[in-house]
Design a protein around this ligand. Structure first.
Ligand SMILES: Nc1ncnc2c1ncn2[C@@H]1O[C@H](COP(=O)(O)OP(=O)(O)OP(=O)(O)O)[C@@H](O)[C@H]1O
Ligand SMILES: [Mg+2]
Length: 328
């Protein structure tokens, strides 16, 4: 972190009155791996620290890709919606939001690991999986004030995300070099990209994702291992910037997809659904899961998975079967 950034973060915290009385900033560092935003851990001279998360009109790591700056307000609205509930209790405390700087101030949960180690072969424990299920179940029954529904609807972020979920990975000749990621994967991608049945079955889910459902439940929207932190107080959820109002199967399907992508034992999907406990349209959850598996293998939002091509092709077959509702 450069001196310039350090003073910039401290200056902002001072300007916004976000520093506890009488404290000074002693260090600013990137809080952890992230792409979309500038997320900094600000250490204070009283031994405590804060997380400052700032959005710009582009993706932090790829400044040539535009992204809605309003995602910071969406994230703030999500924290407001869950404040005081059992759902909010398993997220960092939201300490402040400033619209002009698209900045959120959050409790620092400490330098803990996130769930991403799952892709490197770490088992997601039953306790962790149950915590995700309980958190999602709590979120999906949360009563919502009408006044914040429009913000939580998060249309701009859904439009950005839809391109990367439904369009780009399935576009023939999209220019994305899959051979560099896994030799042989491009040919497998071409098969799906020209599979009319598959493409047709994806479209209603895209329409569902882009449609407005003010009576939908509040979804995290990006419920994968990168969005949870293993803290000394148990599993905490972060990063709700992709939240929206829609069918609970979106969040459920996302978890199912990542259980497969991280090659967790097969029975964990059933365990998750049982523990989650709310009635779901399993076919819809499967479609969401299949599309997520496909886009994580073929799209730009790659995961740190080390599967060879044949393992990826097997997963792509499974993804196709899930989307088409057929036995793999
Ligand atoms: N409240 C917090 N306490 C501790 N660490 C945090 C906190 N919030 C974020 N981090 C760390 O910073 C990283 C990035 O945060 P976050 O996921 O919110 O940013 P992002 O830019 O939206 O990321 P992505 O591009 O992956 O969506 C997290 O993976 C985590 O390591
Ligand atoms: Mg994010």
């Amino acid at each position: 972190m450069s001196q310039q950034n350090r003073s910039e973060a401290s200056q902002l915290l001072r300007d916004l009155n976000w520093l506890p009385h009488g404290t000074k900033v002693v260090n600013v560092a990137i809080a952890g791996a992230g792409n979309m935003n500038l997320v900094e851990r600000v250490s204070l001279d009283n031994g405590t620290s804060l997380i400052l998360k700032r959005a710009q009109g582009w993706v932090e790591k790829y400044p040539h890709i535009p992204a809605p700056v309003g995602r910071a307000a969406v994230e703030a609205a999500f924290y407001a919606a869950v404040a005081g509930s059992s759902v909010g209790a398993k997220m960092p405390t939201h300490l402040g939001f400033d619209e002009r700087n698209a900045a959120n101030l959050l409790q620092d949960l400490g330098e803990c690991t996130d769930g991403m180690t799952a892709y490197a072969g770490t088992k997601i424990t039953d306790g962790e999986l149950d915590a995700v299920a309980d958190w999602a179940a709590g979120l999906h029954v949360l009563p919502l004030a009408g006044s914040i529904k429009n913000t939580l609807n998060n249309r701009a972020m859904r439009e950005l995300n839809a391109v990367h979920i439904f369009d780009f990975p399935l576009a023939v000749d999209n220019g994305f070099d899959l051979e560099e990621i896994t030799p042989g994967l491009q040919a497998a991608a071409n098969v799906l990209q020209t599979d009319r049945d598959f493409i047709a079955a994806v479209q209603p889910i895209k329409a569902l994702y882009l449609g407005d459902a003010p009576d939908g439940v509040l979804l995290h929207g990006d419920l994968y291992p990168g969005s949870w932190l293993n803290t000394s107080q148990g599993l905490f959820m972060i990063d709700p910037e992709f939240c929206w109002l829609g069918p609970r199967e979106w969040d459920v399907g996302m978890v199912l997809a990542h259980l497969r992508l991280s090659q967790q034992p097969a029975q964990q999907s059933a365990r998750f659904i049982r523990r989650y406990g709310q009635p779901i349209d399993r076919a819809l959850a499967n479609k969401v899961a299949g599309i997520e598996i496909m886009r994580r293998l073929l799209g730009v939002a790659q995961l740190p998975i080390s599967m060879d091509c044949s393992a990826k092709i097997t997963l792509l077959h499974e993804a196709r079967a899930l989307v088409l509702g057929i036995s793999p």
